[in-house]
Design a protein around this ligand. Structure first.
Ligand code: R2B
Ligand code: URA
Length: 307
């Protein structure tokens, strides 16, 4: 285990803005935030993003545009125009609605962490105060009905450790992947009977693959039996894992390192104990994906009532 294993940092300035400890950033005259198509010389990031209180990320561009529109309705923002602010990058799509950034992160840890690190720099340059970052995602459930929501308490990597493992300069850093407990409780307290689906909090396994990495039998390759698969999924379940997706470990670890509160709120599309294929029709899939938006939207709206 490397010296990085339990190194936690909570840097934050008195006014709630993010303090990045990378001294190299201070020496740069201009920073090109490449994958967002932004830079610190051409754009006034403080004017554009200084008021940001929430960043909401999710895999697809479509979902994040829908989330921006949903929040315009919830917060009664009349003149909202869904303009993609990182159009020039041709990588991600980023929308801003009131104090919210809604942005997609693609599939998997490496795509998500590029976006997340560039968003952290944007928030830093913009001096945004006490921002909270949500991921609204999809996942495969373990022993819970499809369409349930799971709010992650921690992320588990592919070798069943609660760390995000990143090779740096030829050595593996193991960064703790635990989420903010208070934010989970605050979100859980907003679940109502009338929601029409169950919301759980629990562990989330973040795999580096959709197929073998998630013990699926239906990929182009499979070198284990159905019994092996089920034994593995049952083992995960016994460890407290409720769902499997592809970002939780890195999301928990990097937001923690930046001192930013964050929550991973995913809907389950299937119960992995019952199969591997994602079979709900297009309409049902869209309905499922609205569920994390509704819960996170409720959280943001409540924040507004109180501030
Ligand atoms: C859930 O869904 C995607 C794979 O289909 C991935 O981004 C994830 O975590
Ligand atoms: N996303 C995943 O990563 N796995 C699933 O089973 C479903 C969605």
């Amino acid at each position: 285990i490397s010296k990085w294993h339990s190194k936690a940092q909570y840097p934050k300035n008195e006014d709630g803005s993010i303090r990045l400890t990378n001294k190299n950033l201070m020496k740069m005259h201009q920073d090109f935030i490449y994958h967002l198509g932004l830079d610190t010389a051409t754009y006034d990031l403080k004017a554009m993003f200084g008021d940001v209180k929430f960043v909401c990320m999710g895999g697809t561009k479509y979902r994040m545009k829908e989330f921006a529109k949903h929040m315009a309705k919830v917060l009664n923002i009349k003149d909202f125009e869904a303009k993609n602010l990182s159009k020039h990058s041709h990588r991600y799509a980023m929308y801003k609605v009131g104090p919210i950034i809604s942005v997609n992160h693609g599939i998997g840890i490496s795509s998500m962490t590029i976006l997340l690190q560039e968003i952290l720099k944007v928030l830093y340059y913009a001096k945004a105060k006490n921002p909270i970052i949500f991921r609204i995602g999809t996942s495969g459930g373990l022993k819970i009905p499809p369409g349930s929501i799971v709010i992650s308490s921690w992320g588990l990597n592919g070798t069943l450790e609660k760390t995000y493992d990143l090779p740096v300069l030829g050595e593996i850093r193991k960064l703790p992947s635990v989420f903010d407990k208070r934010l989970i409780q605050e979100l859980m307290s907003m679940v109502t009977e009338g929601d029409g689906f169950n919301t759980y909090s629990g562990g989330t396994m973040a795999a580096d693959d959709f197929y073998r990495g998630q013990a699926r039998l239906d990929g182009p390759f499979c070198d284990y039996t159905e019994e092996d698969k089920l034994a593995f999924l049952r083992k995960l379940s016994a460890l407290g894992v409720r769902n499997i997706e592809m970002e939780a470990t890195a999301f928990a670890a990097m937001t923690r390192e930046a001192g930013v509160r964050a929550a991973d709120v995913c809907v389950t599309l299937l119960d992995r104990l019952n199969g591997d294929q994602v079979t709900p029709d297009k309409e049902l899939l869209l309905k499922f994906q609205e569920r994390p938006m509704i819960l996170v939207g409720r959280y943001i709206a409540k924040y507004y009532e109180n501030n």
